[in-house]
Ligand binder design. Sequence first.
Ligand SMILES: NC(=O)c1ccc[n+]([C@@H]2O[C@H](COP(=O)([O-])OP(=O)(O)OC[C@H]3O[C@@H](n4cnc5c(N)ncnc54)[C@H](OP(=O)(O)O)[C@@H]3O)[C@@H](O)[C@H]2O)c1
Length: 294
Amino acid sequence: MKVAVIGSSGQLGHDLMRILPAAGLEAIGFPGRLELDIANAAAVEAMLDRHRPDAVINTAAFHHVDLCESRPDDAWKINAVAVRDAAQACQKRQILWLQIGTDYVAEGWPGCRPIAETAAMCPKSIYATSRFAGDCLTLAHAPQYGYVVRTCGLFGIAGCKLKGGLNFVDTMIAAAKAGRPLRVVNDQIVAPTATDTLSRQLAALLEHQPGPGLYHAVSHGQCSWHEFAQTALNMAGLTATVEPVSSTAFAAAAIRPRYSVLDNARLRAVGLDLMEDWQTSLKRYIACKYNLPD
Ligand SMILES: NC(=O)c1ccc[n+]([C@@H]2O[C@H](COP(=O)([O-])OP(=O)(O)OC[C@H]3O[C@@H](n4cnc5c(N)ncnc54)[C@H](OP(=O)(O)O)[C@@H]3O)[C@@H](O)[C@H]2O)c1
């Protein structure tokens, strides 16, 4: 099976490009918008016709959450309209379209159960609304070939390209090593997810093709960003203490969900939930990236 990876130079794309081949799939990478802009529908169609992939994984998005508030046209163009056009183009050519989605479309409350695919979503920002539209448009325009795989709090070796090659874990470790004070919110609950585990999960979805539609794929367990940060520092052998603060301490442009832990209910139902506890993934990540004993 030949898989085109859009955004292959990103954090998730990087791991997909090494893990798909290890799973016996051929991967063709399109590093970023300079090579293939997802918002250019004609270029996406030309890529499909030239390379004739069996599947496309779209890791690209306009995912600067706060910037989306001041650039709504770009958010809708990249996260919704481009996704609709690409999903439709794939459906027409009988190519699988795997759209990576986000937990930010969901909203529960502290103490509630993880949120399954069948639950009502509650996007609260322009970013989240545009991403939710991309999810819905994939399902509507690629009913036989569209998969939406929502994930959360990614960390991987390449780091997030949007954040200059750093992810939350790297940022916390760098700040602690520099002796900077660390203040992290303790009222947003998430399921941080490793891009290597997610890549293996995506490879398994392609291999087994359990049916199109919506899937949640996040680590098992949950934590606040504060707990995530403190655990990462402890695992890295750093003694710094992270101060827990409320979201109101930061004047962010976009509203974040207070609780966006997703439930991998559909993966479980089809016997394909390969995700692991967030602590297990985090320990492996820190050991690998920072050369520590696992
Ligand atoms: N990071 C997280 O914590 C998190 C959480 C939940 C969901 N997700 C979702 O997971 C996916 C992957 O995230 P990531 O952390 O791997 O992001 P990333 O490191 O920023 O990678 C995004 C990739 O997409 C490319 N890209 C951006 N705009 C593009 C465009 N218009 N056309 C084509 N390529 C474009 C980027 O390259 P260029 O910049 O060179 O164009 C980059 O290669 C995204 O959909 C993201 O929203 C991420």
